[in-house]
Design a protein around this ligand. Structure first.
Ligand code: KIV
Length: 277
């Protein structure tokens, strides 16, 4: 496979050709290497980092420094994937100027090629400010985890027709502001189909049905790395938490009973040196 990095133009071409594409989150170097080598064209360093790696209850606790640190690790593990850094809570909501300063850090210090931020019409001015200054933006509407204390952790846009219309307006506003793609999280599938057909930029679904142009999953959910309960939007492709527990128990037992390590796992001193000793 050619070692050419995916760009936002490539992402647009996928939509234009009607070619669905996968996106995965990653938070560290070795997972990024595996995803990149598997040919997944885009990696999101999500602020889900807070829940799945840092052990917080909510993404609200994640800081710019946390995100820079992990985005840099992911970027070092990629050669081909587009790296998208999630802007954490209050790194962009305060003003377009703050958003610009913080988004620039992701490109300059962490090696990302794009940022993602949550919000529809209300974030249009901020998205425009970033895009006009050369920073590619992925939008994110529907369930937006940084607002979970306000909106609850649930499907959005399905209470009544105005609620659904508002979701369409938000998607259109994000596109009009210059975003190159948009995440639809926990959006009812018929509504995400309507949005996907209306927009010219790719929609990236999570829990939003099969009609989106792309899908994103949280890597630790789909690999079963943590044994916690996961939502209905997750499909488990592996159960690594069982594999990890079994391997750790076997290692611990072998250390305790002296079967690991053996002489095979070290290097001998030469006979001459040993004699002199
Ligand atoms: O933080 C994250 O992982 C995300 C995805 C779920 C889209 O925002």
């Amino acid at each position: 496979m050619a070692s050419v990095r995916t760009t936002i133009k490539t992402i647009q071409e996928f939509k234009d050709r009607g070619e669905r594409f996968p996106v995965l989150t990653a938070y560290d170097y070795y997972t990024a290497c595996a995803i990149d080598e598997s040919g997944v064209p885009a990696i999101l360093v999500g602020d889900s980092l807070g829940n799945v790696v840092l052990g917080y209850d909510s993404t609200v606790s994640v800081t710019m420094d946390d995100m820079i640190h992990h985005t840099a690790a992911v970027a070092r593990g990629t050669k081909r994937a587009l790296v998208i850094a999630d802007m954490p809570f209050m790194s962009y909501q305060t003003s377009p100027q703050d958003a610009l300063r913080n988004a620039a850090r992701f490109l300059q210090e962490a090696g990302a090629q794009s940022v993602k931020l949550e919000g529809g019409e209300v974030m249009a001015e901020t998205i425009r400010a970033l895009v006009d200054r050369g920073i590619p933006v992925m939008g994110h509407i529907g369930f937006t985890p940084q607002s979970e204390f306000q909106i609850g952790r649930r499907f959005q846009g399905r209470r009544n027709v105005e609620d659904a219309r508002k979701m369409i307006r938000d998607a259109e506003a994000v596109q009009a502001a210059g975003a190159y793609s948009i995440v639809l999280e926990l959006v009812p599938e018929q509504l995400s189909q309507i949005i996907t057909e209306k927009l010219t930029i790719p929609t990236i679904g999570i829990g939003s049905g099969p009609h989106c142009d792309a899908q994103v999953q949280v890597v630790s959910d789909m690999l079963g790395i943590v044994s916690d309960h996961v939502g209905r939007h997750v499909k488990r492709y592996a159960d690594l938490s069982d594999t990890i527990r079994a391997a750790v128990s076997e290692y611990a037992q072998e250390v305790r009973d002296g079967t690991f390590p053996t002489s095979e796992h070290t290097r001998p001193l030469s006979e001459d040196i040993l004699k002199d000793l």
